[in-house]
Design a binder for this molecule. Structure first.
Ligand code: MRU
Length: 354
């Protein structure tokens, strides 16, 4: 494993002195504002409004957010406290449906609380705090391993395309899709990254290009409709994206527009990889068809930043994610190595016990 790489960009989520702090990503790259999370409602709203976003970061925020949410109930007695904990976990989980990490981490916290139900609430809280920190630390470790296993895919002089933001801001430390890029850069490889801007909320323009540039990588921002052009000119040799949920058969939900990128990559014979930790692989969901796709506010489409760009009362579709069939995926870059087809079998063999 390579030396630990340290980036100097702000943390998306931090647990400090028993309090949860979230970076408000909606303001980036113009403003760096970190907000202390005081209530369950505030955490829910931060998730809903994408102040914190990206599948693994949602898992981390959910776990710490549950600590914030149950604090007012620590004086309840055992059964009443557990009932409230379950209710608060379901409430936080309702903020966004597609990224499986949110439900996964909240379930893990709930299960840990169940194991401790005979203890007093102060002990349960202290143990849940340790569990949330563990979830966060495991994620950091996964990012570094994903970087290690994905780095050899990046060759000197290559063009690598990514969509949305699956970097440090969406996960922890190196991110998932960006981890192989940070690792290759750290090893002195020279290559070029193309970041899709990612309409409607511009995660590629505002977040990916910002964090890569801050870290000194060679990044070129392009509009979503330019990817085919650069592929057709032979400027892109590899695609790596993150994901919000991988179904048992290897179908991949990720930011809207990912499916189009995968189809283009297939047409131009460019390998399309998906980077993710075990917590994003949902073996309980059989295929991509069963993945719930979040539909968001039409105003995100009828505006560009704060400017309105569409007629009043126009009909709008705004699915936040799409599903790429597993047949278009060359492999999954995970903390346990690269998983190749047949995905149904290999995902189960590798992650069946997680
Ligand atoms: O709506 P967002 O910004 O939360 O969507 C994020 C993505 O689609 C990411 O690619 C995905 O969560 C993977 S993050 C490692």
């Amino acid at each position: 494993m390579t030396n630990k790489i340290k980036l100097s960009i702000p943390l998306a989520a931090e647990w400090k002195d028993g309090e949860l702090y979230l970076l408000d990503q909606t303001l980036l790259p113009l403003e760096t504002r970190i907000e202390k999370q005081e209530t369950a409602e505030q955490v829910w709203d931060s998730i809903k409004r994408l102040k914190i976003r990206g599948a693994p970061a949602l898992g981390i925020a959910g776990a710490y957010g549950l600590l914030v949410a149950i604090r007012p109930f620590l004086n309840l007695r055992g059964y009443e406290f557990m009932k409230e904990l379950v209710k608060q976990a379901a409430y936080l989980d309702s903020a966004r449906p597609t990224a499986v990490n949110l439900g996964w981490s909240l379930r893990r916290m709930r299960n840990r609380a169940e194991e401790l139900r005979a203890e007093n609430t102060a002990t349960i809280y202290a143990e849940l705090e340790k569990e949330a920190i563990r979830i966060h630390e495991e994620d950091i470790d996964c990012c570094h391993k994903i970087g290690h296993y994905g780095e050899p895919l990046i060759r000197e002089g290559m063009g690598v395309l990514t969509h949305c933001n699956a970097g440090s801001l969406a996960v922890s430390e190196l991110g998932t899709a960006l981890a192989p890029m940070y690792t290759a850069h750290n090893m002195g490889k020279s290559f070029r990254i193309f970041a899709d801007e990612t309409r409607p909320l511009l995660q590629g323009a505002r977040l990916t290009s910002w964090e890569l540039k801050q870290a000194g990588l060679d990044v070129t921002l392009i509009c979503d409709n330019m990817a085919a052009h650069f592929m057709s000119r032979g400027e892109i040799q590899l695609v790596i994206v993150g994901t919000d949920r991988v179904a048992a058969n290897g179908d991949v939900a990720n930011k809207i527009g990912t499916l189009g990128v995968a189809i283009l990559a297939d047409y131009y014979d460019i390998p399309f990889y998906v980077a993710c930790p075990f917590s994003t692989i949902d073996l309980n969901t059989a295929t991509g068809e069963a993945i719930p796709i979040e539909e968001r506010d039409p105003a995100e489409v009828t505006s560009f930043g704060s400017s309105k760009v569409a007629p009043d009362e126009i009909k709008v579709g705004n699915p936040a994610f799409d599903v790429t069939p597993s047949s278009l995926v060359k492999g999954f870059i995970t903390e346990r190595g690269i998983i190749s087809p047949p995905f149904q079998q290999n995902l189960l063999e590798t992650f069946g016990q997680s």
